[in-house]
Design a protein around this ligand. Sequence first.
Ligand code: AQP
Length: 337
Amino acid sequence: MKTILTGLRANSVFTIGNYLGALLPMVRLAKEHSGDYHVNLFVPDLHSLISEVDGGDLQANIMQSIKFYIAAGLPLNDNVHVYRQSRVPAHSELCWILNCVATMGEMNRMTQYKEKSEGKASVNVGIFDYPVLMAGDILLYSAEYIPVGEDQFQHIELARNLATRFNNRYGEVFTVPVSTAEQVKFMGVADGIRIRDLLNPEKKMSKSTKAENSKIMLDDTPEKAAKKIMSATTDSLGKIKFDMFNQPGVSNLLQIEALVSGVPLQDVVSTWAGETKYGDLKKKVASSVSGMLSEFQVRIEKSTEEQVYELLEKGEEYANRVANAKLLEVQKAVGLR
Ligand code: AQP
């Protein structure tokens, strides 16, 4: 059976960017394909350490992330596997082996590394290296489909390059994930999804951005979320049009409205074509987002610790079995066994 895999870092509560760009597409794929694919949704807790985290918060965030998966509608059947990365030591060992296949040149080109390190006096090595750990996360499970937001596409390409280079050097060990163009087709979206920062729509919305009003968190009260949308940056052109280049703020609102309401973007865009009042658009998006959050938060309340531990026990047994078998193949191929 083929594998679909994704992870969301548990360094803080998720934004609606994480939710709309990665979690919801994954849940939709799990609903459609978990009859005939393995679906791995894991907590990349080792990746969380690239941001400064408090140990106590991290544990709470890990547990909360899994409740988010359940609340987002993840089907809980035998082909769906939920696990914590740090409970599967093969991830760390494969990362080291792949570090010796990756080159400084390609790592230096990673846009996320450049963005996350920009303007910082000191940058931890994890921020530089995490795409290699991510490649291992994917290759250990022979995953072909990796639904992620557009910001992670370059890392999927890196995983493909590392797998191909390793196979050429040591023999056919890894399944090469499909190209990002095919990933997008499989996800059923026209392009990669990138929800923008509400205050600075040139940038993507990120959990770690300091400005509170730049992002909507999944635990924001519906009222707070609505206020953030009402204060989103737009422009002075006075026409509602989808044009990410010239009108990123307005286009971001249209994109959020489409994803939250489940209406195709084209239809949302034509509904608003010719309209000029940004306030009306904001009111509509604020109402859709706050409605979505209210429903989501009710579902979170219903998911229990017992459900989470039961999922993890089953998922981590499966993940260790599959990952250890692949790691042994790798160790044999490079001559460590
Ligand atoms: N703005 C976004 N729009 C669409 N998708 C997004 N993702 C992140 N931001 C957006 C997708 O969410 C998944 C999990 O992301 P992650 O936390 O593992 O890494 P990230 O890309 O670094 O996310 P953030 O929110 O920007 O985190 P911080 O601020 O902590 O670095 C991925 O599939 C990602 O594409």
